[in-house]
Design a protein around this ligand. Structure first.
Ligand SMILES: Nc1ncnc2c1ncn2[C@@H]1O[C@H](COP(=O)(O)OP(=O)(O)OP(=O)(O)O)[C@@H](O)[C@H]1O
Length: 400
C-alpha cells in the first residue's frame, strides 16, 4: 500500500483517556476463506501503536482520493488476540463496574465482520469479551473479603422491534420499556437469574445464545438477526453497612448493518434487514445528535436506542467496538462504519457510582434473612406457628 496522500481524509483525535468520553476502538478481522477464494485483497492497514487506520480506496481515480486515515482510542488488527483486546480495553471497565459504576460494551459493524466473535468468541483460547468478563468478576469476588455480593444476569434480544427474554422463551409476559428514576430505562417482566459462579453465568449465556435469532445470509453463515443485550447486575454490601453499591454491565452484540444487494436478502430476511437497518440508523441519529450537542436526542425512535440511553450520553462508562473487514469489495461499508465510530468518539457520558441505594435486592435479602431469623427464634421460643413464616416470606425472580 502507498503512504497516505496529504489531501486524503485525515481524521485525527488525541487519545482520550477521560472517564467520560465514549471510548471507541476498531477491530479488523482477517480476510475470510471466501474472500481469499474470491481473490479479494486487503485495503486496510493498521498502526496499533498510534491508534491509526489507513484505508485504501480501490476505486480511486486520482492520488487525492487514494487513502483515508482515521485515529481512535485503540485499533486491533487481524493478528490481535481476544486476550489482548480484553486486557487492554475491557478489563478496566469491568473493574469500574465492580466499584459500582454502570458499564457498557457494544459491538457495531457490517454483517460478518466479527461482532459475535469479539463479544462471545469461541470455546478455548478464543473466548470473547462476555465470558472473560465472567471470569474477571468471579476472580474479584473470590479475592474480596468483608463484602457480600449478589450477582444476577438478564439476557434479551430485540428482534423486529420486539423484546424477547432469551432466558425465558416460553414466557407469555409482555416486555415494556419503563423509565424508572435512579435506574434508567428498564424492561418489565424480564427474568433475572441469580448466579453463584462464572459457570452459572456461562450456562445462562449458552441457553440465551441457543434461543437467539440467527439466519444464513450471503455474507455470514450464522448471522445474528437481532440485537442482543446480556446484562450483569452486581450488588455489593460491605459487612455491617447499610449502604450498597450496584454495578451494572451491558454487553451488547448488535445485528449487522447490511446492504440488500450484497446479502441477497428476500422475504423474511429482507423484513428483518429492514428493521435491523432502521434501528441502526436510529442509533446513528442518536450518536449524530449527541456529537452535535443537539438539544433533542431521538432516543425514543427505537427500542435499541431507548435501552442504550444511559450508555450513550448518560450514566455509564462505555466502549464502542467497531468491527470491520479488510476486503476491497467492502470498502464502502468499512468507510461508513469508520465514520460512524469516529462520530461516537465525541460523545460525553457522566458516570456516577451507584452507591447508597437502600432498596438494593441484596439489602432486601439481608433484611429478609434477619426477619426470618427473628421469626425462627420466636418459633423456637414457642411464640409462633411455623406456617406463618411461609406466608410472610415471598421472593419473585421476575424484575418488574
Ligand atoms: N478477529 C477474528 N479472527 C478470526 N476470525 C474471525 C475474527 N472475527 C470474525 N471472525 C470469523 O468471521 C466470521 C463472521 O464473524 P461473526 O459471526 O462474529 O460476524 P458478525 O459481525 O457477528 O456477523 P452478523 O452481523 O451477521 O451476526 C466467523 O466465522 C468468525 O469466526
Amino acid at each position: 500500500m502507498t503512504s497516505p496522500s496529504p489531501e486524503g481524509e485525515n481524521y485525527s483525535l488525541e487519545r482520550n483517556n477521560s472517564n467520560e468520553a465514549v471510548q471507541v476502538i476498531v477491530r479488523c478481522r482477517p480476510l475470510s476463506e471466501k474472500e481469499i477464494e474470491g481473490k479479494c485483497t486487503s485495503v486496510v492497514k493498521m498502526y496499533p501503536s498510534r491508534g491509526v487506520i489507513e484505508v485504501e480506496n480501490p476505486r480511486a481515480r486520482s492520488d487525492n482520493e487514494k487513502n483515508k486515515m482515521f485515529t481512535y482510542d485503540a485499533v486491533y488488527d487481524e493478528n490481535s488476540t481476544q486476550q489482548n483486546l480484553y486486557d487492554e480495553t475491557v478489563r478496566p471497565l469491568v473493574a469500574s463496574v465492580l466499584e459500582g459504576y454502570n458499564g457498557c460494551v457494544f459491538a457495531y459493524g457490517q454483517t460478518g465482520t466479527g461482532k459475535t466473535y469479539t463479544m462471545e468468541g469461541k470455546i478455548g483460547e478464543e473466548i470473547g469479551i462476555v465470558p472473560r468478563a465472567f471470569d474477571q468478576i468471579w476472580a474479584h469476588i473470590a479475592r474480596k473479603t468483608g463484602v457480600e455480593f449478589l450477582v444476577s444476569v438478564r439476557y434479551l434480544e430485540i428482534y423486529m422491534e420486539e423484546i424477547r427474554d432469551l432466558l425465558r422463551m416460553k414466557s407469555t409476559k409482555s416486555h415494556e420499556l419503563r423509565e424508572i428514576s435512579g435506574q434508567g430505562v428498564v424492561v418489565t417482566n424480564l427474568h433475572s437469574q441469580t448466579c453463584q459462579s462464572a459457570r452459572d453465568m456461562l450456562k445462562a449465556m449458552t441457553i440465551g445464545n441457543s434461543n437467539r435469532t440467527t439466519g444464513m445470509t450471503n455474507m455470514n453463515e450464522h448471522s445474528s438477526r437481532s440485537h442482543a443485550i446480556f446484562q450483569i447486575v452486581i450488588e455489593m454490601a460491605e459487612e455491617h453497612s447499610k449502604t450498597i453499591k450496584v454495578g451494572k454491565l451491558n454487553l451488547v452484540d448488535l445485528a449487522g448493518s447490511e446492504r440488500q444487494s450484497k446479502t441477497g436478502a428476500t422475504g423474511d430476511r429482507l423484513k428483518e434487514a429492514t428493521k435491523i437497518n432502521k434501528a441502526l440508523s436510529s442509533l446513528g441519529n442518536v450518536i449524530y445528535a449527541l456529537a452535535e450537542n443537539s438539544p433533542h436526542i431521538p432516543y425514543r425512535d427505537s427500542k435499541l436506542t431507548r435501552l442504550l440511553q444511559d450508555s450513550l450520553g448518560g450514566n455509564s462508562k462505555t466502549i464502542m467496538i467497531a468491527n470491520i473487514g479488510p476486503a476491497n469489495m467492502n470498502y464502502e461499508e468499512t468507510i461508513i462504519t469508520l465514520r460512524y465510530a469516529y462520530r461516537a468518539k465525541s460523545i460525553k457520558n457522566s458516570p456516577v457510582k451507584n452507591e447508597d441505594i437502600k432498596e438494593g435486592k441484596l439489602l432486601l435479602l439481608q433484611q429478609e434473612i434477619e426477619r426470618l431469623k427473628q421469626l425462627i427464634m420466636a418459633k423456637s421460643n414457642g411464640e409462633l406457628n411455623i406456617n406463618e413464616i411461609d406466608e410472610e416470606s415471598s421472593e419473585s425472580e421476575d424484575v418488574k
